[in-house]
Write a protein that binds this ligand. Structure first.
Ligand code: NDP
Length: 434
């Protein structure tokens, strides 16, 4: 079976692009407005819109401002400089469909610590107050919505005129090329990897930066930080720390190794991650819920356990591949399938599929703790409003769809070997249920 560029039907692409464009930007603004100005209450925003109509919606949409541009530019330039300048181990990514092997500099953890220490240092020494970021959040999202769209046009043009590797190409349809992307590994020069920047250093990094921002803003507003906010911030920061600890592993996942740099993934990481992913914390700024020490600790421990299990699933798969199936899995020699496939250039290759440990429970068991962790950092908001839970629901839909996309891709890559895996591990995500 040939591993080929994912084939996207034009109708599906038009429909998803249209829904993304017509739904996501207004949703980001409505989410921000509801969390910051409408007490997190969808019905309050709905009443406002019913009363003021379309003009009310236009008035609520903050215009991009110079301050927002300055904040985004300084943050983006700082992250780009760290990506380029900080030292890091040379890491090879997985072999691409055309047989290339991308090379990275693994300096994510260093960049993460430098970013957080610098941000907290600027606040501590009174040089920059992070509360300003919260105060200009609407304008920042509005600027990101437009700026990221322009950036995706740049990616499209670059894919046509100056692709960085042979893992690039047009399918002949402008909309599909723009939406799903042209290049798998676009770079500026030899060393600046654009997807590492958009997905990791801008998107994921902003998650931790904004989590701290919300905490600091609540401290400035109330003179203390509620235990609910602390639990939320600690869990989100632990999750992002885990991400950067394992960043080189992320370069082996679908986002980097299979999804091309287009509107779908890049716009999502530049806009959707800083807004939607951080939204439970955004809600808590104005809602200092008191949980008490015992409940806080229960939620914290449950959340950390889920983050650990999610990490361990990823680690187990990658360690298994790295040692060529020779290491132990849960203390025993792993059960595995040796799966052959052919690259688009016609080369025959082999991959190992792990069928024991976490990967023997279901084919995407790691999504279960991922979703539960998101639930645990949201639950400090309690159940007065639905909106803080939007991310958990969105994530569940995203991961169910992703599990299906990944299964489809692996079926077309590994053919009968994937069928053997499915026979051996029949459930897709939740063992015994789905
Ligand atoms: P995975 O890490 O699950 O990787 C899937 C790939 O692993 C497959 O395409 C296949 O690639 C290989 N594979 C599949 N089954 C096996 C097996 N049994 N043994 C060995 N290799 C196998 O991809 P994801 O990118 O979905 O997840 C990575 C992490 O990111 C997870 O922790 C997930 O929870 C998280 N995540 C978070 C999201 C968020 O928005 N918060 C969104 C998506 C993911 P190959 O071609 O190499 O065989």
């Amino acid at each position: 079976m040939a591993e080929s560029k994912t084939v996207h039907s034009p109708i599906v692409t038009y429909a998803s692009m249209l829904s993304l464009l017509s739904f996501c930007p207004p949703f980001v603004i409505l989410l921000w407005y509801t969390m910051v100005h409408a007490d997190g209450s969808i019905s309050q925003t709905w009443l406002y819109l019913r009363e003021h109509g379309l003009q009310g919606f236009v008035d609520m949409w903050p215009k991009p401002t110079f301050t927002a541009c300055k904040i985004i530019f300084c943050y983006g330039a700082f992250e780009a400089a760290l990506q380029l300048l900080l030292p890091g181990k040379r890491v090879e990514g997985p072999i691409s469909p055309t047989g290339n092997r991308p090379v990275y500099k693994a300096n994510g953890m260093q960049a993460y610590f430098v970013t957080l220490i610098t941000y907290l240092g600027l606040w501590w020494f009174g040089i920059f107050n992070p509360a300003i970021v919260y105060d200009h959040l609407g304008e920042i999202y509005s600027t990101l919505i437009v700026g990221s769209f322009i950036f995706c046009i740049f990616l499209y043009i670059k894919g046509h005129v100056a692709p960085s590797s042979s893992d690039s190409g047009s399918c002949g349809n402008f909309i599909i090329d723009f939406y799903w992307g042209m290049e798998l590994y676009p770079r500026i020069g030899k060393n600046f990897d654009i997807k590492v920047f958009t997905n990791c250093r801008f998107g994921m990094m902003s998650w931790a930066v904004l989590a701290l921002t919300y905490c600091i803003k609540q401290y400035e507003m109330y003179g203390k930080v509620a235990d609910s906010m602390l639990v939320n911030t600690i869990l989100m920061v632990v999750y992002v720390t885990k991400f950067f600890w394992w960043e080189a592993g992320y370069w082996n996942t679908m986002d980097i190794a299979h999804d091309r740099a287009g509107f779908y993934i890049c716009w999502g990481c530049l806009v959707w991650v800083p807004s939607v992913y951080t939204s439970p914390g955004m809600y808590l700024v104005n809602h200092p819920v008191h949980l008490g020490i015992q409940l806080s600790l229960y939620i914290l421990v449950a959340g950390i356990l889920c983050i650990y299990i999610n990490y361990d699933c990823d680690r187990q798969r990658q360690e298994f591949r790295r040692t060529n199936g020779k290491g132990l899995v849960w203390g025993k020699p792993p059960s595995k399938i040796q799966a052959s496939y052919t690259t688009t250039s016609g080369e025959s290759k082999t991959s190992l599929l792990l069928t024991s440990g976490w990967w023997g429970l279901s084919r995407h068991f790691h999504y279960v703790p991922e979703i539960l962790a998101a639930f645990f950092w949201t639950v400090p908001a309690l159940f007065n409003h639905f909106l803080p839970y939007f991310y958990v629901i969105f994530l569940t839909i995203l991961l169910v769809d992703r599990a299906k996309r990944d299964d489809d891709r692996c079926r077309s890559k590994y053919g009968k070997y994937w069928k053997t895996y499915c026979d051996k591990v029949p459930y897709r995500i939740v063992p015994g249920i789905y």
